[in-house]
Design a protein. Structure first.
Length: 992
DNA sequence: TCCCCCACGGTTTTT
DNA sequence: CCGTGGGGGA
């Protein structure tokens, strides 16, 4: 140690000095297993790094005998660098890497022993999804019946499979458990038994699926990222010789962030380290385990002690980072996780002792609205920066999820404070990348008018909006692809009024597209895309105007090219159509790499708590501290792993809350000097939000309801701040005059149910579909639905005409109406065809048992509401003794009677039918019904006059807003997810 | 105190 | 769309 003391003290030395004699001996000189429990800000990595350096310099360990495993690449890099600095050789050959990198390398070194060919490939997530999808078609999944879109259930299954892997539950165990459940409940009656049986069946299906997928992957020597570890583990279990060789090779094993590793990784360490007294050091803090959803287990530390009971224990309590006030506040919070904490379980004392003294109080600021909260935080940051000279770099706003950052980003922008947001917010959402995607889509399917529209509208071509709208409407009217309209613009008399610049743009557009299509056959995706960028002149334009914005655009485009290149490496056929297919899967799998941020230098940090782990800042704001946000509401697993197979003994709810509390603990302990928790009453949803229970726990407030004293200097600012809730559109009163004038001038409107429905879903969607008339690509669900519909209508028309019509006629009608468009694959189409035939055959038999005698089939109706004419068509009208019933046939998975009834009661369509019948005949129908063809379920009711009048008012309101030109988007999860304009809509896009 | 209904809101990210 | 959990009513 003497060499250390002669140099000036560094932070590392301070940390080492903080250890008592025995601890220092254990950390630096100790042999055998060593568990270091290190709280926040105690220098975990430093101690580990020191130990590595000490092993090499003093204990004469050879660097290559040392294996150090970390959780992130960043941690691995940092550790390597610091070891390099400490070890006089100037370099080290120690294996310092993440678990994944280690598993990958070991598998490659032992591929033959593992039964893999030497050139096995590591799969991307998208590759894995492709595999899963292919398998899914061949499986008779009960609940996951690939009814509409087989890709829809993939996320559930993929997540299930990966969780099972992380929890280290083999498919066989899942299947065995499920079969046992099935046996137990097979004779038992009642709803609960039924649902347990159903769950068991699902589990069996999922386990089969999971197993089949694994076998398929192994057979083709493709391995997904998680499997590298699991395959390697399997190898080690089966081949003790490999494990022994590794044990000889890596005499020292060190693991950082031990609590963030999963069960499989713990076993990996054990298999390599062996029994006895291996030289293994793990460092972790159970209170900072925040990756449970990836299999991380705070109990790993306990588990380690049970594996190596003789392990030396060192607890690092000396905190060099924060003030005592911050530490105490955070500690008060985390003790609410007792008795499930290491301290409570083992009697260790982990209370942190600050080197830096007491410090200022932890504050909680509450505001009336989210924007007031954001404004006040931005203002406070400005003050910290200007008055106290805190560098912006040293200030962080921590959010629970990426979306929460929005108001803060806006507020910082308003004040001109530089900031960087490391939120994932989407590369694929950037306008410049969207344009490229639109180009690729359009090359792959030239009929895709949504993409054509998006690309034409983009800054690459910048069509005149009026002209574009006109051409688009024309395309829709003539049911031609938009691209064809561009192409044949020259001789088109109907579009003679299209202006010169638009004609130019269309010419360029068509030429670029045709070049793309002709390149498609012989060029790889990247090449074709690059050619497009070059030839369209877009790249040159971006490069010549060297603003920061354009630089970022170029950087984002470059990143997109990396993805294209990545695809090229694994794809068998790298051409645009296969890339587009793969891209869609990737996107469906939730993949969206973060866009480039070019903000360098001194800037405020905004990031999620997960990203902040391991970092520190002088001033930390923990934002949106309200119930349901932080802690975030628990979302239950769509397909839960059976409790007996889980390693945890906690209820899922408790485990979730404790994880969120650890997350809050992590965010609090990032602060060095000042910690401010902020919250607001209103986050735009109307209801007043409760303050987070964590704020109450940490600050020891009397009760969650008590209002925190607004003692901060920000109180005044908050009070005087305008309270825009972000939701209120343009002030209605101000522009009322011209709008009503516009309404009076507008031509009479014709509205169908579809139009009203689209407008209510999202006015912008209405504009896209019914105003701009962007022609849509056929979706397979539409093909299926309308073919079924057609067949059923044919049957009833025949009945009306007293013509014989058998089940074979029904199926024939179905086949006739079938259009081969929009299907994911040949198998998918076959599957859907068979599904349709089966459905119709069953329906035929069912209907024969209680036949309908329709008085009207596909009858048109139309009636006025003020100046608006409402148009529509009844599927089926049946006049009976007790009045008229109007029916509508539906396809789609409605499985329960309750659901069917609910759908009927909420159906705008049925309400419009009732209203139409009232207005056209003077009487309400006695009943309106939805009939679900797949399940033979019926939902219906007797419509009331009140419903009819309410519907009339709703339609009048929609008509009024349409004629006033109100098309503000109302983005929501429910509306945007199934929307065909999701990829091109500016309302879902993140703009600059 | 318990149960039912209604409104709310849609993760976190490693490789 | 649909689970969840809080709030309100009995």
């Amino acid at each position: 140690m003497s060499d250390i003391e002669t140099r000036p003290r560094t932070r590392e030395e301070t940390i080492l000095e903080g250890l008592n004699e025995a601890q220092r001996g254990a950390v630096l000189h100790g042999d055998g297993p060593l568990l270091i429990v290190a709280g926040a800000g105690t220098g975990k990595t430093t101690v580990l790094t020191r130990r590595i350096a000490h092993l090499i310099t003093t204990k004469r360990a050879r660097p290559e005998e040392i294996l150090a495993l970390t959780f992130t690449e960043k941690a691995a890099r940092e550790m390597s660098e610091r070891v390099d600095q400490l070890v006089p050789y100037g370099y080290t050959e120690s294996f310092i890497a993440t678990f994944h990198a280690f598993g990958d390398r070991m598998l490659r070194e032992n591929c033959f022993a593992a039964g893999l060919s030497a050139d096995f490939r590591v799969l991307s997530r998208a590759d894995e999804i492709v595999f899963l999808r292919e398998r899914l078609f061949s499986l008779p999944l009960a609940r996951f019946r690939p009814l509409g879109d087989p890709g829809r259930h993939l996320p559930t299954l993929v997540e299930f499979a990966s969780r099972a892997k992380d929890e280290d539950v083999p498919p066989d165990a899942i299947r065995a458990f499920a079969k046992e459940q099935l046996r137990r409940f097979s004779g038992v009656e009642g709803d609960e038994a039924l649902s347990l049986r159903e769950q068991a069946l699902d589990l069996i299906e999922a386990a089969e699926f999971f197993k089949a997928q694994q076998d398929a992957l192994a057979a083709s020597a493709l391995v997904d990222f998680g499997d590298q570890i699991h395959l390697f583990l399997k190898l080690l279990r089966q081949r003790p010789d490999v494990a022994i060789a590794l044990r000889k090779r890596f005499r020292y094993i060190l693991v950082d962030e031990f609590q963030d590793t999963n069960h499989a990784q713990l076993e990996l360490v054990r298999l390599i380290a062996g029994e006895g007294r291996p030289n293994i050091t793990v460092v972790g803090d159970d209170d900072q385990a925040i990756y449970r959803w990836r299999g991380a287990a705070p109990a790993n530390l306990i588990h380690f002690l049970s594996l190596y009971p003789e392990a030396a224990r060192v607890v690092l309590r000396q905190n060099y980072r924060s003030t005592q006030e911050i530490l105490d506040t955070a500690y008060r919070l985390i003790t609410y996780n007792n008795p499930h904490r290491l301290e409570a379980m083992t009697g260790l004392d982990k209370r942190l002792v600050a080197e830096r003294g007491k410090g200022r109080d932890v504050a909680h600021w509450r505001f009336p609205s989210a924007s007031a909260e954001a404004d006040a935080v931005a203002k406070a940051i400005e003050e910290f920066h200007q008055r106290d000279s805190v560098p912006l770099d040293e200030i962080a706003i921590l959010v629970r999820n990426n979306a929460d950052a929005d108001p803060f980003l806006r507020a910082l922008n308003m004040r001109g404070l530089p900031h960087r947001f490391s939120g994932g917010a989407g590369l694929f959402e950037r306008p410049e990348v969207r344009s490229l995607i639109a180009f690729l889509r359009l090359v792959a399917s030239p009929d895709d008018s949504v993409s054509a529209w998006a690309l034409a509208f983009s800054e690459i071509y910048a069509f005149d909006p009026v002209d574009l709208s006109r051409m688009s409407r024309y395309a829709s009217k003539k049911t031609r692809p938009l691209l064809d309209v561009f192409r044949e613009l020259e001789g088109n008399e109907d579009l003679a009024s299209v202006k010169g610049p638009s004609r130019e743009a269309a010419k360029r557009f068509v030429a670029d597209l045709e070049r793309g299509v002709s390149s498609m056959a012989h060029k790889r995706t990247g090449e074709a895309l690059y050619e497009f960028l070059k030839e369209s002149g877009y790249l040159a334009r971006l490069a010549s105007v060297s603003s920061a914005k354009d630089e970022r655009k170029v950087a984002n485009i470059a990143r997109f090219f990396e993805i294209v290149r990545g695809f090229s490496m694994v794809a068998e056929h790298d051409h645009i159509p296969s890339f587009v297919a793969r891209f869609d899967l990737l996107r469906d799998a939730g993949e969206d790499p973060s866009a480039i941020e070019i903000q360098e230098g001194d800037a405020v940090n905004i990031m999620t708590v997960h990203k902040a782990k391991g970092l520190e800042f002088r001033v930390v704001f923990v934002a949106s501290c309200i119930d349901q946000k932080f802690p975030l509401r628990r979302r239950s697993d769509p397909l839960p792993l059976p409790a007996p197979l889980l390693k945890s003994d906690l209820s899922p709810g408790d485990a979730h809350l404790m994880e969120e509390r650890r997350l809050f603990y992590v965010s609090m302990t990032r602060a060095k000097d000042d910690l401010i928790l902020t919250s607001a009453d209103d986050y735009g949803a109307g209801a007043t939000r409760k303050v987070s229970r964590f704020v109450v726990e940490a600050l020891d407030l009397p009760s969650p309801r008590a209002r925190v004293a607004r003692s901060s200097p920000l109180e005044t600012i908050a009070a005087s701040a305008p309270v825009p809730d972000g939701l209120s559109p343009a002030p209605a009163g101000a522009s009322a005059e011209p709008e009503s004038l516009a309404a009076a001038m507008a031509p009479p409107l014709r509205l169908s149910f579809r139009q009203v429905d689209d407008y209510l879903t999202c006015p912008l969607k209405y504009r896209f579909v019914h105003r701009n008339r962007i022609p849509l690509l056929t979706h397979h669900r539409v093909v299926y639905g309308s073919a079924i519909h057609q067949a059923v209508q044919d049957m009833f028309k025949a009945r009306q005409a007293a013509v014989a019509f058998g089940v074979e006629d029904l199926v024939a009608a179905f086949r006739r109406a079938w259009v081969s468009e929009g299907f994911l694959s040949r198998e998918h189409e076959e599957l859907r065809l068979r599904e349709g035939e089966r459905t119709l055959t069953r329906f035929f038999a069912w209907e024969k048992a209680h036949p309908l005698r329709p008085t009207g089939v596909e009858e048109d109706f139309s009636f006025p509401i003020l100046r608006t004419r409402v148009m529509g068509r009844y599927d089926l009208v049946v006049a009976g003794d007790d009045g008229v019933t109007i029916l509508d046939f539906k396809t789609g998975d409605v499985n329960t009677q309750a659901r069917a009834q609910q759908r009927a009661e909420e159906s705008l369509q049925l309400a419009i039918y009732a209203l139409a019948h009232l207005r056209t005949t003077g009487a309400l129908p006695s009943r309106v019904e939805l009939r679900f063809l797949e399940t033979d379920l019926v939902g219906g009711f007797r419509p009331s006059e009140a419903l009819a009048l309410a519907t009339e008012k709703a339609i009048a309101d929609v008509a009024d807003r349409i004629s006033r030109g109100r098309f503000e988007a109302t983005p929501s999860h429910a509306a945007c997810r199934p929307c065909p304009f999701r990829d091109v809509c500016p309302a879902t896009a993140k703009d600059d």
